[in-house]
Design a protein around this ligand. Structure first.
Ligand code: NI
Length: 390
């Protein structure tokens, strides 16, 4: 495995790590990234970039305008942390109670700041425009949508975003064309029927039986209606109901999530759920109400952008290729639905651990900080390849 850190990134490597540690120590929840975005904006201004704050509430954008005209490329990082109490022993562990950078967004912010600092010295050489997008609220609140509404993508031709990825070894960069993150939706189901005595089921609608039939039938959507070569998940993660051992329950509540890599499967799952519910209503006589909430759409990478990224990444690491995919969601999808884009993964499994050993969103989450300079190098190399023609 060979790694070639970009020489200009190498010079500021320790500063990138310092920034990441500072963000890690001061994590902020979605749309509360006040300190983070202030620091980001001040640094971007000090690099001589055209900075806009308050884009999508706490978001920041900064434009690097080249001396000659050409393409416009957006690079995106997310800034928010999670409501998790950190249990690590890091010297820069979170000082904010119950808040933690457990997904690596501290690193994303530091990597893109590093790239912005290096690229800001290339103003004379750049043909076109680079927009650095620092996004709030990726963790569930869809900050990307708010930034798009505030015109963060105006005039942009392509967008690229990265995620540090503990499921891959440090020294790898990966992506592929097509879907790379899943649609992540949520549902609640309320089942109401006529309860009664446990010894006299006649005349009742047993909602516990209806719930059992429903859960079993819902799983057939994945096993019988989904193309086995395409991935999808349906999980009922919560069930509540019943009063006593000898009472037929009049009310059961279910909660769950569905995941799919394509809009087609996402719609299919939703429609089949409705059909199955109608059927179970008919055979049980219970009333079943579905409350289905759309989460983030799937992240679908553009063919050309993915090729561009892998081409540039292969100049940084010898192992640039297929990603370790999960059914997790990412709101980068909103950007990639507007303009061609590529979301890519930077291997960051901590030193001495195997990929998957320290998962994202766990309370002792950490990364291999060597991954930060790799990420910054990938962004710098990409812009050199796309906007600097020697
Ligand atoms: Ni994340």
């Amino acid at each position: 495995m060979t790694i070639k850190i970009h020489p200009e990134v190498d010079k500021i490597k320790s500063n990138i790590i310092e920034n990441r540690r500072d963000f890690h120590k001061h994590p902020e929840l979605s749309f509360k990234e006040f300190r983070t975005s202030k620091i980001v904006a001040n640094k971007l201004k000090s690099y001589g970039l055209e900075v806009k704050t308050g884009v999508g509430k706490t978001g920041v954008t900064a434009d690097l305008v080249g001396n000659e005209s050409g393409s416009s490329i957006a690079l995106r990082a997310d800034m928010d942390a999670l409501p998790i109490q950190e249990t690590s022993n890091l010297e820069f562990k979170s000082i904010n109670d119950g808040v933690m950078h457990a997904c690596g967004h501290d690193g994303h912010t530091a990597m893109l700041l590093g790239a912005a600092r290096v690229l800001s010295n290339y103003k004379k050489k750049i043909k076109g425009r680079v927009r650095f997008i620092f996004q709030p609220a990726e963790e569930g609140k869809g900050g990307a949508r708010y930034m798009i509404k505030d015109n963060a993508l105006d005039g942009m031709n392509q967008i690229y975003g990265a995620h540090l990825w503990n499921y891959q070894q440090c020294g790898t960069i990966s992506t592929k064309a097509g879907p790379v993150m899943a649609a992540a939706d949520m549902f609640k189901i309320n089942i109401r029927g006529k309860g009664g005595h446990g010894a006299m089921p006649q005349g009742t609608n047993d909602t516990i039986l209806a719930a059992s039939q429903l859960i079993n039938s819902l799983q057939t959507i994945i096993s019988r209606s989904t193309n086995p070569l395409e991935s999808a998940v349906l999980t009922v993660g919560k069930i509540n109901g019943g009063h006593n051992f000898n009472v037929i329950a009049d009310h059961v509540k279910l909660e769950g999530t569905t995941r799919a890599y394509t809009e087609k499967n996402r719609e299919m799952i939703k429609q089949k759920m409705k059909n199955i519910i109608l059927g179970i209503e008919k055979i049980t006589g219970a009333e079943i109400e579905l409350d289905y909430e759309d989460g983030y759409p799937p992240v679908i990478n553009d063919d050309i952008c993915s090729k561009n990224l892998l081409h540039s990444a292969s100049k940084v690491v010898s192992q640039a290729g297929e990603p370790y995919l999960t059914m997790g969601g990412e709101d980068f999808s909103y950007f990639a639905n507007e303009i061609p884009g590529c979301f890519f993964f930077i291997g960051s499994a901590p030193k001495g651990t195997k990929p998957l050993e320290v998962p994202h969103h766990c309370s002792h989450f950490n990364i291999d900080e060597d991954a930060l300079a790799i990420g910054s190098s990938a962004f710098v190399q990409l812009i050199e390849d796309l906007l600097i023609v020697n």
